[in-house]
Design a protein around this ligand. Structure first.
Ligand code: NOJ
Ligand code: CA
Length: 551
């Protein structure tokens, strides 16, 4: 059955991101898996989310934690089997949870059969034309075809050895050298992905999160380009609207139109959510025009500092940009690529996305302040109209794992920059379920692919369950009230008179006040529905958000 236009589930859904290797480990090898997730799924239904997005669990050599896919229609043995996936899907549907899988179309793994065929074939062949192979520059082709840099650091080109044993052509990889970029102007590539979409749609998924959705098409001729310093590794920070030759090219849109048509042919409101690091928001809105994707991640919101004026501006810009094309805004504060917001919101030094933090980083966060702000920020976010994303462990108030030993780090960023950038391992550590169990309940053996910091013990889910004031209970209550008051489907009306460091608005019959300043804020009459901290006699303290039911 379909909802009335405007009432589709994805317009207001709260979507919980599971990072499969770090959620729950069924067989005890230290890496999370599908069977482990299935066992723990009831916890997500109890939390009150609508849908679960799974980062990749497909066949992969795991050079980039599964974002290097060797077979788009297979489950990596590390995570289980297709039968395990079917069992997971069945359990999700029993619990009323929709499921979204991760599609990685910009690049494959170098172990994908197509790339292996391309390596074995000659320059100029149909096999090579599925990827971006080019001759090198310089007298003997020893210089890369252009000056592009990989998002993970170092050159975006790797030279292959041809069948005759000689150094040969180069292939483009915007990410790791194990992740060759497809040539999306090639119809064979387009058709391959239509088949992949059909495969998972037929298996019952409710939607796809589309990896690097701003990257598929590159400018013809692959011209040299040097991004401005502030761009950040995924290209999100280009406020001038400058368009690099590999991001946000107009040619990506016909691809998504074709996908949308395919999805429209299926029952049940299937959806596409694009990972597009594009600024400004008005341009990002092109990804969610009525005949393209349903949603796109709002990274501009995620990257906005914890300052009232900036927060108000990004909320306004988001609602107006997405609203202008009839799409819901989305909101997100954490994911597997950024410093967890319980740490990020208290950083005191610049920290570009993707760099991560480690023991030697400048401006390390004060944990109590970080958690306080994170709770306030989430309470604000979950009151906004539209759809929100949560990242596993944020409902426990987990901070970034800062003190990971160097030898445990696995992010390609760490290796490709010779340790100059820590990368993203600190937000990917297995989450704590039981304070007193091996690996804090992640599995039964105590093994864990990244070491869990001691601070995770007291934050384990079992200690927070039913405990008044815990972060878990705050999230649970927020999701319940959000649902009862239909906040996701609501609209926002700013309230004046609260001073420049306060955000105050109404969404339906709920008044939301967030105090980002130092001074306590006097509250209006009404019943407190939810508060991220303790209200004192003087009013709403600093870094605290409250929801009040208007009388
Ligand atoms: C974005 C994903 O979220 C990130 O984890 C991955 O490394 C890159 N895309 C490359 O696929
Ligand atoms: Ca496992």
């Amino acid at each position: 059955m379909s909802s009335a236009p405007g009432a589709e589930w994805w317009r207001s859904a709260v979507i919980y991101q599971v990072y499969p290797r770090s959620f729950a480990d069924g067989n005890g090898d230290g890496i999370g898996d599908l069977a482990g997730i299935t066992t723990r799924l009831p916890a997500l239904a109890e939390l009150g989310v609508d849908a679960v997005w799974f980062s990749p669990f497909f066949t992969s050599p795991q050079k980039d934690a599964g974002y290097d896919v060797a077979d788009y229609c297979g489950v990596d043995p590390l995570f289980g089997t297709l039968d395990d996936f079917d069992a997971l899907r069945a359990e999700a549907s029993r619990l009323g949870l929709r499921i979204i899988v991760d599609l990685v179309p910009n690049h494959s793994s170098d172990q994908h059969v197509w790339f292996q065929e391309a390596l074995a074939a000659a320059p100029g062949s149909a096999e090579r034309a599925r990827y971006l192979f080019r001759d090198g520059r310089g007298e003997h082709g020893e210089v890369p075809p252009n000056n592009w840099e990989s998002v993970f650091g170092g050159p975006a080109w790797t030279q292959v050895t041809e069948a005759d044993g000689q150094p040969g052509q180069w292939y483009l990889h915007l990410f790791d050298s194990s992740q060759p970029d497809f040539d999306w102007s090639n119809r064979a590539v387009q058709e391959q992905f239509l088949d992949v979409l059909r495969f998972w749609l037929d298996r019952g998924v409710d939607g796809f999160r589309v990896d690097v959705a701003h990257g598929l098409i590159k400018v013809d001729g692959l011209p040299d380009y040097t991004p401005p310093v502030e761009a950040g590794s995924m290209g999100g920070g280009i406020e001038s609207g400058e368009t690099p030759p590999y991001w946000a090219q107009p040619g990506v849109h016909p691809i998504y139109r074709e996908w949308r048509e395919l999805l429209n042919g299926y029952e049940g409101e299937r959806m596409l959510a694009g990972e597009a690091w594009v600024q400004p928001l008005a341009k990002l809105a092109d990804w969610v025009r009525p005949d393209e994707m349903h949603q796109t991640f709002n990274f501009e919101y995620l990257e906005t500092p914890w300052e009232a004026a900036a927060q108000r501006a990004v909320i306004d810009d988001s609602l107006s940009a997405f609203g202008s094309v009839g799409a819901p805004s989305t909101w997100v504060l954490s994911n597997h690529d950024v410093v967890r917001h319980a740490s990020r919101l208290a950083l005191t030094a610049e920290n570009p996305q993707g760099d991560g933090i480690g023991p030697k980083s400048k401006g390390l966060p004060e944990p109590v302040l970080g958690l306080r702000r994170a709770r306030a920020a989430t309470t604000l976010m979950l009151a906004l109209p539209g759809s929100s994303y949560l990242y596993q462990g944020e409902e426990l108030g987990l901070p970034e794992a800062i003190d990971l030993p160097d030898e445990s780090r696995q992010d390609p960023t760490w290796f490709r920059t010779g340790g100059q950038r820590y990368g993203r391992d600190g937000c990917r550590v297995p989450i704590p379920w039981e304070s007193d169990a091996p690996a804090y309940g992640f599995n039964a053996t105590g093994s864990s692919w990244l070491p869990q910091p001691a601070e995770y013990g007291p934050l384990a889910r079992d200690l927070q369950e039913g405990r008044a004031g815990s972060t878990l209970e705050l999230y649970r209550r927020a999701l319940a009230v959000r649902r009862t008051h239909a906040l996701g489907h609501g609209s926002l009306e700013w309230l004046d008179g609260y001073g420049p460091e306060v955000l105050a608005f109404r969404n339906g019959d709920v008044t939301v006040i967030a105090n980002l300043g130092e001074q306590p804020v006097e509250l209006p009459a009404g019943t407190t529905l939810l508060c991220s901290g303790e209200i004192s006699r003087a009013g709403l303290p600093s870094d605290t958000t409250v929801w009040i039911a208007a009388h």
